[in-house]
Write a protein that binds this ligand. Structure first.
Ligand code: AMO
Length: 432
């Protein structure tokens, strides 16, 4: 073989009449009598390569082997890309094992999710499975770009912390030399500190929840897209930012990923600009009157989330609704009140039947935060290092957090959150 550099498969059509050197995985192998077709896959696409069956005989080539191919490109209208590579030279770089659990080019809907996760790299070579994570990466990129355009600075904060931010008992404790530490439940405090420094911040990173149940929507480690910004007039400003942000992200996906979205969902991703905002009490009333739900008082359950989205879709054409004004008692201590009747300036966004976001306005005065802590029987001195930041000049502020895996599921209609995580962590799973 000569030393000309390897090219990506996507550039092959530009090399018609020339020669190319390719490297990749044998995705499909079709032996049709005297001719053998090798469908080669690299990170940029798939190429049809052909050789006389006889010339490949000694190679014992099989699917999933990695190979290097060199040869001329010629037009071939029957190939997906309109051209093919005639194999002049081929070399096996690595031979895959003989008893693989599935072939990456197979329809993986018939392969169990556990098996796919066990052999993740093989599953990722599959176009449909790989697309889930390519779309997820695109989502993350759009999230960053949309916020950067709006003067938000990306911050990166510690996931090893001295205590919880969200309340509840779902903290993972870790041994930290001679002390106890915890894995961060959320960057909530740090993003509020970020507001005091930068006014507008966002962070993307893993957070940890010791959720003992194994459900299709909960992970013990998930990727949180956190946003926080200052000088707001109320939670409506926060809701409006999320409407615009998701609309920008969805537009990007519709533009760049239409064929992939088309395989996973019937319609394009909607504009979120007109997603309504309903008061929590009004939602309970709708659920009572329309769905006979008399069992809810201070929170929604998955069934109620589906029911409210169904109602929103009937009214607006989009299966999404912001629910604002959950009871303060059901929300973390940092939540600002909304009116005097025990409601919080705190909302959830329900999208296609599932909560994908919590957000709201926060208390921004130290004395209010201390009173909120005392009201919950917590000694404010336990939070002194956090509270001290509120002496530094803190604007009224708010923000929200989107679970990336849940958003991915809703964008691609995936029924199980584990499909949107490379290596899911739940009550029972620590490997791979
Ligand atoms: P919350 O705890 O509601 O709010 O989390 C925000 C969003 O994160 C996602 N999420 C999860 N995803 C997978 N597995 C889990 N166990 C899990 N728990 C939560 C959901 C949820 O809507 N600090 C606040 C946010 C804020 O007010 O800015 C918070 O963490 O999509």
């Amino acid at each position: 073989m000569d030393t000309r550099r390897r090219v990506f498969i996507e550039t092959i059509p530009a090399s018609i009449e020339g020669h190319v050197r390719l490297k990749g995985w044998v995705y499909r192998l079709r032996v049709l009598g005297k001719t053998t077709f090798v469908i080669l896959r690299d990170c940029s696409g798939e190429a049809q390569c052909v050789a006389a069956t006889e010339s490949l005989r000694d190679l014992h080539l099989k699917v999933e082997d990695t190979v290097e191919i060199y040869g001329p490109v010629r037009a071939e209208p029957r190939a997906r890309t309109g051209c093919e590579v005639a194999i002049a030279e081929i070399r096996v770089l690595h031979r895959a094992g003989h008893n693989l659990p599935f072939q990456s080019a197979a329809d993986l809907r018939s392969v169990g999710l556990e098996t796919q996760i066990q052999y993740r790299p093989l599953a990722l070579r599959n176009e449909a499975v790989g697309d889930i994570f390519r779309v997820q990466a695109a989502l993350l990129e759009s999230f960053r770009e949309a916020l950067s355009r709006r003067h938000f600075t990306e911050i990166i904060t510690s996931k090893i912390v001295g205590g919880g931010t969200e309340g509840g008992s779902n903290l993972f404790q870790i041994a930290y030399f001679d002390r106890v530490a915890y894995l961060a439940q959320s960057p909530q405090f740090y993003k509020e500190h970020g507001v005091a420094g930068f006014e507008r911040v966002y962070e993307t990173g893993h957070v940890y929840r010791a959720e003992p149940h194994a459900s299709s929507r909960h992970l013990t480690e998930y990727y949180s897209l956190d946003v926080e910004f200052g000088f707001i007039d109320g939670p409506e400003d926060v809701i409006q930012l999320e409407r615009e942000l998701l609309t920008d992200i969805f537009q990007d996906l519709n533009r760049e990923w239409a064929p992939v979205l088309g395989r996973y969902r019937q319609d394009a991703l909607p504009s979120m600009l007109d997603v309504p905002c309903w008061e929590f009490e009004a939602c309970l009333e709708i659920l009572r009157a329309e769905f006979g739900r008399t069992d809810l008082s201070d929170d929604l359950d998955p069934e109620a989330e589906r029911q409210l989205c169904e109602r929103a879709r009937r009214e607006t054409g989009v299966s999404a609704v912001f629910v604002l004004g959950f009871p303060v008692s059901a929300r973390p201590f940092y939540t600002a009140p909304r009116g005097a009747a025990g409601a919080a300036a705190s909302f959830d966004l329900l999208f296609q039947g599932m909560e994908i976001t919590t957000g709201g306005q926060r208390l921004h005065r130290r004395e209010d935060l201390e009173a909120a802590l005392r009201g919950r029987g917590i000694d404010p001195s336990n939070f002194e290092s956090h509270l001290a930041i509120f002496d530094l000049g803190m604007p009224p502020h708010g923000g929200f957090a989107i679970g990336l895996e849940r958003l991915t599921c809703q964008v691609l209609n995936l029924p199980n959150i584990r499909q949107a995580v490379l290596y899911p962590r739940d009550r029972y799973k620590l490997t791979p």
